[in-house]
Design a protein. Structure first.
Length: 226
């Protein structure tokens, strides 16, 4: 079992799912401090010439963790986002199937940001047919160093390895030696595939890819796994 961690993100790009598909368990690190205008509240672009979608959260203490942030109750963001998504993708081959699912997610969203991101990412992973279990770090033990956390999460999920971008290890954000001492093997994510269709859609929201390719979208990611 391979465990990985990523920050929760709103309709993220293909990179998020390329990393996710290389693990068995993905921990969404929602216990970290909330950061304004991060991928948690700003989506990847829906189309090349279009701006990103932005989630409005209630103002409060800037030092609160992401798991404690709630949406601005005075904003009607979900209706606006639905209108934009319908406008962008109503003509795509798989709009008839995916639009009702996205509409359900947005119309009946929970009041908290982390809960909403977990729900949308879970749904997208399911639609892509990726065999990845999604968990939230705020619902697990989240006290200690990065190495302590990863070791504990691996223990709780019966995982024997931790996967991450090479930069995570190279920049010292996670000490590979400590994980190895704790009995956790370390793996580096394979680079994003040098395949034209994937590369040309890489920086766009997963919605763009999913609405265009439908059931094949997840397969197109999985077939390039090392």
């Amino acid at each position: 079992m391979i465990l990985s961690t990523q920050q929760p993100a709103y309709f993220p790009s293909l990179d998020f799912f390329w990393n996710a598909v290389q693990s068995d368990i993905l921990i969404l690190t929602d216990h970290f401090q909330y950061i304004k205008r991060s991928p948690a509240t700003v989506s990847a672009r829906l189309q090349i010439s279009q701006p990103a979608l932005r989630l409005p959260v209630k103002h409060g203490s800037p030092k609160r963790p992401l798991s404690k942030k709630v949406f601005d109750p005075n904003s009607h963001w979900s209706k606006k986002h639905l209108h934009t998504i319908r406008h962008m993708f109503h003509h795509t081959p798989y709009a008839y199937y995916y639009l009702p699912i996205i509409e359900e997610l947005l119309e009946n969203h929970p009041p908290d940001l982390a809960g909403f991101l977990y729900a949308t990412l879970s749904a997208l992973i399911s639609l892509l047919h990726l065999n990845v279990q999604l968990l939230r770090s705020s619902e697990l033990n989240n006290a200690g160093t990065n190495e302590t956390l990863i070791t504990e999460w691996c223990r709780q999920t019966n995982s024997s390895a931790y996967a991450a971008d090479s930069a995570i290890f190279n920049e010292g954000r996670v000490d590979e030696k400590i994980l190895l001492q704790n009995g956790i093997a370390c793996a580096r994510f394979a680079p994003f595939p040098d395949y034209h269709i994937l590369q040309s859609n890489r920086d766009l929201s997963i919605l763009h890819f999913l609405f265009r390719f439908g059931p094949e979208a997840g397969y197109m990611l999985r077939q390039y796994l090392p």
